[in-house]
Design a protein around this ligand. Structure first.
Ligand SMILES: Nc1nc2c(c(=O)[nH]1)N[C@H]1C(S)=C(S)[C@@H](COP(=O)(O)O)O[C@H]1N2
Ligand SMILES: [Mo]
Length: 315
């Protein structure tokens, strides 16, 4: 597959943010498509930097000391099919997503169903910075300094009952805000799920920011899941609904192609995708492929969740 390397010289690196934003606005309005073609894809990203600082985060556990992927790469090379299937499209198109006001409804097999607005979400637990690897099923990977809190902290507030075996997640779906969604080739809203013990695992994160600021829309603002030991498609963006269920919930890529994408989808170099090997991956910005590690390197933390399961199978 094609990996695009963003241009080396960046206006944002050498220019104060406010000037950069005004200049970008000027460029995109006065030069239009032709101008944007000259200056690079960033000029077409009206929302890529419309974020605000998050102060007072604490250092979280499980941080990798691997080199961070540059912010510009993390925010311009995306999968967010509701805003287009090209890697550069979400950064150009996701400005139409309205992230405020925002509510996350948490319901199902719980003692205390609850709807959280964003202010309430930000207060569920202390916000932590967590530097995680992210490995897409398409074989690219990144290292991201997320800001967020354990999914378990939110789940505990709603008190799942003893029948709750799975957690289902749903992305916002509004064709007005996501006009390209109809061409994505997947059924919307985007849905995902975890087994409840996976959801309660301390590695499972609800992210509200990256690189010290709120999430850019293209990365799943205002709140998205991060499950670093699974292929990236499990990390569902812009969540509006979380439901505790008794049976395994449907998941978007499994609905789309059950032969190629299972429910568990743990990163596993020994189980090839039907159309490509999963033994190696390309870290964005690096030239050479590197070996993929089982559970994306988080086996010490999560392997015990799967004892007795045949991991050679594409669950
Ligand atoms: N709603 C929604 N969530 C989504 C996707 C999507 O298309 N729609 N793509 C998934 C895939 S395949 C990956 S690899 C990650 C990409 O996250 P990033 O763009 O922040 O790197 O988001 C996941 N979450
Ligand atoms: Mo992905």
């Amino acid at each position: 597959m094609l990996i695009r390397k963003p241009a080396d010289l960046r206006y944002s690196d050498v220019t104060p943010k406010s000037i950069y934003q005004n200049r970008r606005r000027f460029l995109s309005s006065s030069l239009g498509v032709a101008g944007a073609g000259i200056v690079g894809a960033w000029a077409l990203s009206p929302n890529a930097f419309a974020t605000t600082k998050i102060a007072g985060t604490v250092k979280g556990p499980f941080n990798t000391d691997e080199k961070l992927t540059p912010k510009e790469d993390i925010t311009t090379y995306n999968n967010y099919y509701e805003f287009g299937t090209g890697k550069d499209e979400p950064a150009r198109n996701a400005h139409t997503l309205r992230t405020s006001p925002w509510q996350v409804q948490v319901a199902g097999l719980v003692g205390k169903a609850k709807t959280f607005d964003l202010d309430a979400i930000m207060k569920i637990a202390p916000l932590e910075e967590r530097i995680y690897r992210h490995r897409c099923v398409e074989r690219w990977s990144i290292v991201v300094p997320w800001i967020g809190f354990p999914l378990a902290a939110l789940l505990k507030q709603v008190e799942p009952n003893s029948k709750a075996k799975y957690v289902a997640f749903q992305t916002l779906h509004d064709p007005k805000q996501m006009p390209l969604g109809g061409q994505a080739g997947i059924q919307l809203p985007y849905v995902e799920g975890l087994r409840i013990d996976e959801a309660m695992h301390p590695l499972a994160l609800l992210a509200v920011g990256l690189y010290g600021e709120t999430l850019p829309n293209q990365n799943g603002a205002p709140i998205r899941l991060v499950v670093p030991w699974k292929y990236g498609f499990k990390s569902i963006k812009s969540i509006v609904k979380i439901t505790l269920t008794e049976s395994m919930p449907p998941t978007t890529w499994n609905i789309t192609n059950a032969r190629e994408y299972g429910f568990y989808s743990n990163v596993n170099p020994e189980v090839d995708h039907p159309r490509w090997s999963q033994a190696t991956e390309r870290r964005l910005g690096e030239l050479f492929m590197k070996k993929t590690v089982k559970f994306n390197g988080y086996g010490e933390q999560v392997a015990s969740l799967y004892t007795g399961m045949d991991l050679r199978k594409n669950y």
